[in-house]
Design a protein around this ligand. Structure first.
Ligand code: SAM
Ligand code: SF4
Length: 347
């Protein structure tokens, strides 16, 4: 596939995508599958119904879709899911996207993964041009890991993390802050990341999708509380630097370690949002926390040899990107929740 499809040079690009609030859209997150080999309790119910395979964009369609976004100014692509590395032949897609890195049109190709398949894929990902991976891990305790992921096994993920580092990938650990679950591991997780030279970001649990009997309020550990706990042991310094994403960083003055916080609930980060999300069926969500979306699969499939209608549909969608989400736990009830799962939109 790599040889047949022309690469885009930065010079061949159309006018960039700018939303109604003057935010340039340069970052696309793509969910390549809604399936997963884990069933994390905050993300999925145990008995999930997945989409029929024919609903999914094929790898070639995903390529066309991403290439159109890149031609419209997207410079960063994050591949996610579900678990992106369980999609069959997914390396074909990564290898194909690497042509946009080589041309300079794409600045970064990256992924978010649960790490279970990294022992197998880390070297191939590096060869395709991936340099950083986000790996989700909420506990270092084997039994708790099995409990929270239902189907996951910690040793397999730790092997995946090792393989990623050996391959030369920079690793960031993403940890969902969960009340009564990993509160007692805050320092152990921070020290482990520091010792292993990995970045660490904590995320507040978001009200997305039906997760069976689990209760969102029970799970929610506000990051302001986590931060206060951290401050009992370390002197915290807020850092001004941002990475263009929603994370805010603090430095632990005693060790120099930097820790990220993604706080959609206690602090809204929408004003600088530069991203949109494509589902594995070709719906474009302009905001993670809103239901409005645009069907990009229809123009893609209706015009197999002409990208203009697809690009027009992308522009129309960006023109209605909302100002922000409405998640709110402040009234001891979950307000602003959205019905779809994170694994559908791509976390
Ligand atoms: N399977 C991959 C993984 O777990 O990294 C990629 C997809 S997963 C949906 C992406 C991220 O979303 C993970 O870090 C996961 O912890 C997070 N996540 C899932 N459901 C969430 C929720 N309701 N609130 C906050 N984060 C969530
Ligand atoms: Fe799978 Fe990731 Fe959701 Fe866990 S968070 S169930 S690993 S998609």
């Amino acid at each position: 596939m790599k040889q047949d499809i022309p690469a885009l040079s930065p010079a061949s690009r159309a006018a960039p995508l700018i939303d109604p609030f003057a935010r340039p859209i340069s970052y696309l997150r793509v969910s390549v599958t809604d399936r997963c080999d884990f069933r994390c309790v905050y993300c999925m119910s145990e008995n999930m119904t997945f989409l029929p395979k024919k609903e999914l964009l094929t790898l070639e369609e995903l390529d066309r879709m991403c290439s159109s976004f890149i031609s419209l100014g997207v410079e960063k692509l994050r591949i996610t899911g579900g678990e992106p590395l369980v999609r069959r032949d997914i390396m074909t897609f990564f290898n194909s996207m690497s042509r946009h890195l080589e041309s300079g049109a794409l600045k970064e190709l990256t992924l978010t993964t649960n790490g279970s398949q990294l022992a197998r894929f880390a070297d191939q990902l590096y060869a395709a041009g991936v340099r950083r991976v986000n790996i989700s891990l909420d506990t270092l305790d084997e039994q708790k890991f099995a409990d929270i992921t239902r189907w996951g096994r910690l040793p397999q993920v730790l092997k995946g993390i090792e393989a990623a580092k050996r391959a030369g990938l920079r690793v960031k650990i993403n940890t969902v802050a969960l009340k009564g679950f990993n509160e007692d591991e805050l320092f152990a997780l921070a020290e482990w990341c520091e010792a292993e030279d990995m970045d660490l970001t904590f995320i507040e649990v978001m009200p997305m999708g039906d997760i069976g009997n689990e209760d969102r309020i029970d799970q929610y550990w506000p990051l302001k509380d986590l931060r206060a706990r951290l401050a009992e042991r370390y002197t915290l310094k807020d850092l001004a630097h941002r990475t263009g994403g929603p994370a805010r960083y603090v430095e632990l003055e005693e060790t120099g370690q930097q820790i990220g916080f993604i706080t959609p609930l206690t602090h809204n980060f929408c004003e600088s949002c530069n991203r949109v999300r494509l589902t594995c069926t070709g719906e474009l969500f302009m905001c993670l926390g809103q239901e409005d979306n645009a069907d990009l699969r229809a123009p893609l499939r209706a015009h197999p040899d002409d990208d203009a209608p697809l690009e027009e549909a992308i522009r129309e969608a960006i023109a209605r990107k909302p100002k922000g989400h409405d998640f709110d736990y402040s009234r001891q009830d979950v307000a602003g929740k959205v019905s779809r799962h994170m694994s559908h939109t791509g976390g």
